[in-house]
Write a protein that binds this ligand. Structure first.
Ligand code: F6R
Length: 364
């Protein structure tokens, strides 16, 4: 049941900290803090490149992993939505890694992409929540997550579980390829293992997120901006808002604003910024200043350092715990999904069963 929560989505949002913790327990040795993966029928060190594919939110998890694997493991990565990848017929190197991500393990396009990638000589590794699924049976390796059943049609806890697994895989890959120092490994692992307690603190922000939701709920269109590994979190925020509140939202990499979307901005368009104080913060800030100058209302998720700079231009600033840039996309997912939930409540939609959607998309 819903354990006293109003919706499965609310209950599942509150499971983020425990699901991240349980998932990490499964892939990290508690004593050595080394990543432990299931036995692999290939060596990570021999993987020349990866192709990542998935649909919807799972695709955005893969998109974060692309930033991580490139930067931390120096692995060349291609990524596309499964509905495109399966028909693209890209040239692939034999022995590459196909990384599939799916909560259900039954999504038709992702499954078809898996079969195509296998046929072109890729090692198939799937990050799945349902380990008895069709995709599990057809994969060389399954990286499970401990998200438990996800009932809400809109994905929440499965997303942070996917990211937790992919972060651990990134560390394992970086080490196997000899490009990540033990010091870097320990630093990233410490940041990951701190996440469950940092995530718990997000729920103290409920009142502020509800206040922000009142602004978003009045809008017809909303823009989400992010950069680097938080750009996919902007995409996730916009998808979730569309999906459950039926408000039109788009996400842009903040640097793309001046190439078109800035012409949309006036005082009716809230701009949700996913902006931790990483090395890209100043760039994002100047994009937000440009949007502000055109009347845009800035609603920011940031940390204390970022808040000092954002307060003068933003209508609302929500201050999250400061975390390492590596894990910021995981932490920032939580308030961004909570915002969509609160807006949906204000709009009175059917939160757990949004119109026209199914939990598992088993037809193309
Ligand atoms: C969004 C959402 C969908 C799924 C997508 C993939 O909230 O839930 O976008 O992420 O349909 O589903 P799985 O992960 O089952 O392949």
């Amino acid at each position: 049941g819903k354990d006293g929560y109003r919706h499965f989505m609310e209950k599942e949002l509150h499971e983020h900290p425990s699901v991240i913790g349980q998932t990490l327990q499964r892939v990290v040795d508690p004593v050595t803090r080394e990543v432990v993966l299931p036995e692999l029928p290939f060596a990570l060190a021999d993987i020349p490149r990866a192709v990542i594919t998935a649909c919807g939110s799972a695709y955005y998890a893969g998109y974060v992993a692309r930033y991580w694997l490139e930067a931390e493991a120096r692995l060349p990565v291609d990524i596309d939505v499964a509905s495109e990848l399966r028909y693209r017929n890209p040239p692939l190197t034999e022995g590459g890694l196909a990384l599939l991500i799916s909560q259900s393990g039954e999504t038709a396009d992702t499954l078809a992409a898996l079969r195509g990638l296998r046929a072109s000589g890729q090692h198939v590794m799937s990050v799945l929540n349902v380990e008895t699924s069709t995709m599990a049976r057809e994969s060389d390796v399954v990286l499970g997550m401990d998200a438990g059943p996800e009932i809400s049609v809109a994905s929440t806890k499965a997303f942070t579980a996917q990211l937790s697994v992919l972060a651990a895989l990134t560390i394992a890959m970086g080490r196997a390829r000899g490009v990540m120092t033990p010091a870097r490994q320990q630093h990233l692992m410490a940041a990951l293992l701190d996440l469950p307690s940092e995530a718990e603190r997000i729920f103290q922000l409920g009142e502020q997120i509800r206040a922000m939701a009142h602004i978003v709920a009045k809008a017809r269109d909303v823009l989400y901006l992010g950069r680097g590994s938080c750009f996919p979190i902007a995409l996730e925020g916009a998808l979730k808002l569309k999906e459950i509140s039926y408000i039109h939202a788009e996400a842009y990499a903040a640097g793309e604003m001046k190439h078109g979307p800035i012409s949309l901005i006036d005082d009716t368009v809230p701009i949700v910024a996913v902006a931790p104080s990483t090395i890209l913060f100043d760039k994002t800030l100047s994009n937000l200043q440009e949007a502000r100058a055109r009347g845009g209302k800035i609603l920011a998720f940031t940390d204390e350092t970022g808040a000092e700079r954002l307060r003068e231009i933003a209508e609302a600033v929500i201050v999250l715990p400061h975390v390492d840039a590596f894990v910021a996309p995981i932490l920032y997912t939580i308030p961004v999904q909570m915002l969509a939930y609160e807006v949906a409540l204000l709009r009175g939609t059917d939160v757990d069963q949004p119109r026209n959607l199914a939990k598992s998309v088993t037809v193309e």
